[in-house]
Design a protein around this ligand. Structure first.
Ligand code: ADP
Length: 298
């Protein structure tokens, strides 16, 4: 029964927005935040995710991120069909083209396409030369500030690390030593990042392996937290949690080599996703944060 899978108001909203009644729905698992289903509408499948407590503009900014990535054309993303934030008392939803997960035939080929696609994405530099985006968005459910800064160290401090440190403080995830270590890193950012040329590249922004589906040998990425940032953020994030086709990063490096010193800066750029995970999922991520603090404490 469709009503066992989708909340009844969502069935009505989808019928209105897609111009046809959903005929069938199957739950899709694997998400960290929203509920999701594969919904049969007319003769095709639609991926629908919804949230009954979504923060403001939650799916509008996700749709905006997907559209930006799709417009660049470097990596395939699902088409945005429709979305509504605050459609009904707290209910928000996003409907996307359904991407069938098809195991790759040729693992080297998908790794190469992924690495080269990501390199092509990162060749897109922000039109005004600033890091950030013209809209704030979310990383998971946490707000992600995108105010313009022309200096990466400043952007990373003001829009990435300090807001997450404040959230961690508020949620009780910082003891004195951790807080001191984090603030020491923040203070040293201009020195630690001094070698990087300023190049605000369009990033997916949340590339853990749950946001990637193979469609045969074509990689498809979803659920972005897009912004113009330092591209090392994306590669450091990929290398942090892994689970991508082996060969992705070498293919990226061959297409668009990272700047010298990347390996030295990698943990610094992994600090943001680790703080985001600490704030979402708790102390399990604390020791990794502490190890990074120790590494840059000198
Ligand atoms: P979250 O709750 O973290 O936002 P999603 O709702 O985006 O997660 O995704 C939940 C699961 O559905 C993930 O495993 C993801 O791979 C899959 N998925 C996301 N978008 C699509 C899509 N357009 N087509 C098919 N599967 C998708």
């Amino acid at each position: 029964m469709i009503d066992d899978v989708l909340p009844p108001p969502l069935v009505d909203l989808l019928s209105g927005a897609l111009g046809a009644e959903p005929a069938d729905a199957t739950p899709v698992g694997g998400g960290m935040i929203n509920r999701a289903a594969r919904v049969r509408v007319r003769d095709s499948d639609v991926f629908v995710k919804w949230n009954e407590r979504a923060p403001p503009h939650f799916f509008a900014v996700e749709a905006d991120g997907l559209n930006r990535l799709r417009d660049v054309g470097a990596l395939r993303v699902p088409d945005v069909l429709t979305f509504e934030d605050n459609a009904e008392e707290g209910l928000a939803f996003l409907a996307l083209e359904f991407i069938e997960s098809i195991p790759p035939q040729n693992p080297e080929r998908i790794a190469r396409r992924f690495g080269e696609g990501l390199a092509a994405l990162h060749q897109n530099v922000s039109p005004d030369g600033a890091f950030g985006l013209d809209t704030d968005n979310y990383i998971g459910t946490l707000p992600q500030r995108n105010s313009a800064r022309t200096d990466w160290a400043e952007f990373y401090r003001d829009c990435r690390l300090l807001p997450q440190i404040a959230i961690a403080h508020g949620r009780g995830f910082l003891d004195e030593e951790r807080e001191r270590g984090l603030l020491r890193i923040v203070e040293r950012l201009p020195v630690l990042l001094a070698d990087l040329p300023p190049r605000p590249a369009l990033l997916h922004g949340d590339l853990w392996n749950g946001n990637f589906v193979p469609s045969g040998d074509e990689p498809v990425v979803m659920d972005p937290a897009a912004y113009y940032g330092e591209r090392e953020m994306e590669i450091a994030f990929i290398e942090l949690f892994g689970g991508f086709p082996p060969g992705l990063v070498p293919a990226y490096q061959a297409a668009f080599p990272l700047d010298p010193g990347y390996a030295r800066r990698r943990p610094l750029h992994q600090l943001y996703p680790l703080l985001v995970h600490l704030n979402h999922f708790g102390e399990g991520y604390g020791p990794d944060v502490d190890a990074i603090c120790r590494r840059y404490s000198a």
